[in-house]
Design a protein around this ligand. Structure first.
Ligand SMILES: [Zn+2]
Length: 128
């Protein structure tokens, strides 16, 4: 979940919840999307795709993470979706919002994650 002010403005809510997928596992079936690109707080642009019929922000491409595509958790309309595994940009979190106990939190952008099969994870001293 992201609490940055850009996500607040984009969603019209207090935070955004994203599910990230490897780019090769995402395709848009049917319909067409409009796009909008803006800078992010990290300095990298993000390309957003919106449904031209309903205006929903279906997916986005963070240029900082070129191998990933973000999909809004709400787009699944599935209350059984897993709890978010981290909270980012908490310096902009609304004060009334209490996060789940034990959730990793980052005041700004989180450090990049290392995929489990990456040589980085087999390097002595490497941490996930
Ligand atoms: Zn954000």
């Amino acid at each position: 979940m992201c609490h940055c002010k850009d996500c607040q403005r984009r969603t019209g809510s207090a935070f955004s919840i994203a599910v990230f997928f490897a780019r090769e596992h995402v395709s848009i079936a049917g319909g067409s999307c409009a796009t909008f690109e803006r800078a992010s707080a990290t300095g990298f642009p993000v390309l957003f795709h919106f449904c031209v019929r309903c205006g929903s922000n279906v997916q986005w491409e963070p240029r900082r993470l070129p191998d990933l595509v973000g999909v809004g958790a709400g787009a699944f309309a599935d209350p059984s979706l897993a709890q978010p595994d981290q909270s980012v940009w908490t310096k902009d979190k609304h004060a009334w919002l209490t996060l789940p106990e034990g959730m990793p939190c980052f005041e700004t952008a989180p450090p990049p994650r290392v995929p489990p099969d990456s040589p980085e994870t087999t390097r002595p001293g490497a941490q996930r």
